[in-house]
Design a protein around this ligand. Structure first.
Ligand SMILES: [Ca+2]
Ligand SMILES: [Ca+2]
Length: 311
C-alpha cells in the first residue's frame, strides 16, 4: 500500500464513520489508464479527486479525444456486495464549467468474473444513483468510458465524485437538508449562501455578512422529524492553511433543537470536519450558533463548509 492509497483509505474512513455498518463501500485504491496533467498550473486531475467530497477537484481523462475506451480501476478494501454507485458526471465547479466540459453519457462496468454491465446517464448537473441489474460480489471493478455529451469548450471528460454502495446504501448522513442563515456575504453569484453548508461539498462555504460570526446563526431544516445521534461540522476556510488562519473561526458551537433543548460542543481550531456524538434527541430543525470567535489574521469573514447529521 503506497502513501497515496493510505491517505485515500484514511480520508474515506474519517469521512464515513458509518462504514462499520457498511452501506457505503470503502475504496482502498483508485487509478486510471488516462489522467490529464496541466503542467502550466501544476494540476493533476487524478482519480483520487473523485473520493475527496470536493466540488472543484475531479478526474479528467488525458486524451486528445473524449477518452472513450479509457477506464477507472477501483479496488475495494475487501470483498463487497456492489449493488449501486453514485456518480457526479462532469465538472461540478459551476453550471458554466459543467456545460463547457464533456459529461459522461455511458459507462461499462467490467467485473473480475468477466461479466459486464453498461449504464446510461442523463445529461443533468446532479448526482445520479445507478442500481446494477444484480449486485456483484467483487473486490474490484473497472469502469470504462463508452459515450459522452459534448462540452461547448473543452474536449475533456470529467467525473467529480464517485461513491459505491451495497444494497442498503446510501445510508450515511441525512441528505436533502435545507438551510437558511441570519446573514450571508453578498456577491453577484450567490457564492456564499447558507445552502452551501448542506450541499455535500467540503470546498463550498456559507460566509456571514457583517460582524464576526458571534451574532449569526444557521437554521437547518431536517425535512421531517428525525432521531439524531451524531453531528459534524467544518468551520473555517480550509482551502489552505493561510486561508484558514486568515479568516474567523470559533471555539464553540451550540445547537438549539426544535424541541427547545440545546447541546454545545468545543471546537478544535483546525481545518477539516469535526464530529460529535449527540445526546439522543428528536427534532425537525436545528439552529446552529457560535461563540468564542477567533479573529482572522486578514479578514473577519466567518466560514462554515459543511454541517451533517446522522440518525
Ligand atoms: Ca472531487
Ligand atoms: Ca459545502
Amino acid at each position: 500500500m503506497n502513501l497515496k492509497t493510505i491517505q485515500v483509505v484514511l480520508a474515506v474512513l474519517m469521512l464515513c464513520p458509518c462504514l462499520a455498518l457498511a452501506a457505503q463501500l470503502p475504496v482502498a485504491e483508485i487509478s486510471s489508464n488516462s489522467v490529464l496533467k496541466d503542467k502550466e498550473k501544476g494540476i493533476i486531475y487524478e482519480p483520487a479527486n473523485m473520493l475527496d467530497e470536493k466540488s472543484a477537484t475531479m478526474w479528467v481523462e488525458g486524451e486528445g479525444s473524449a477518452g472513450l475506451g479509457k477506464y477507472i480501476s477501483v479496488k475495494f478494501a475487501s470483498e463487497v456486495d456492489l449493488s449501486k454507485f453514485r456518480i457526479w458526471g462532469g465538472c461540478f465547479i459551476d453550471n458554466d464549467f459543467w456545460k463547457r466540459h464533456n459529461r459522461v453519457k455511458a459507462l461499462e462496468l467490467k467485473f473480475p468474473d468477466f461479466t459486464s454491465e453498461r449504464v446510461e446517464l442523463k445529461d443533468v448537473m446532479e448526482p445520479q444513483l445507478i442500481s446494477l441489474k444484480e449486485s456483484k460480489k467483487v473486490s474490484s471493478v473497472k469502469i470504462y468510458l463508452r459515450d459522452f455529451y459534448k462540452g461547448s469548450t473543452w474536449n475533456d471528460t470529467a467525473i467529480t465524485a464517485l461513491e459505491f454502495f451495497d444494497s442498503k446504501g446510501p445510508q450515511g448522513h441525512l441528505e436533502g437538508l435545507t438551510a437558511t442563515a441570519s446573514s450571508h456575504y453578498a456577491d453577484e453569484d450567490n457564492t456564499y449562501t447558507a445552502d452551501k453548508v448542506v450541499d455535500g461539498w467540503f470546498d463550498t462555504y456559507w460566509v456571514n455578512g457583517p460582524g464576526s460570526g458571534a451574532d449569526d446563526h444557521i437554521d437547518i431544516d431536517l425535512g421531517g422529524s428525525k432521531s439524531l445521534s451524531r453531528f459534524a461540522i467544518s468551520v473555517g476556510n480550509d482551502a489552505t492553511e493561510s486561508f484558514f488562519n486568515g479568516s474567523n473561526r470559533a471555539r464553540k458551537v451550540k445547537l438549539r433543537f426544535s424541541d427547545g433543548s440545546t447541546q454545545s460542543f468545543d471546537l478544535n481550531d483546525k481545518a477539516g470536519v469535526q464530529e460529535f456524538a449527540l445526546s439522543s434527541v428528536r427534532a425537525s430543525s436545528v439552529q446552529i450558533s457560535f461563540a468564542g470567535i477567533i479573529k482572522g489574521a486578514s479578514n473577519s469573514d466567518f466560514y462554515v463548509g459543511e454541517v451533517r447529521f446522522w440518525e
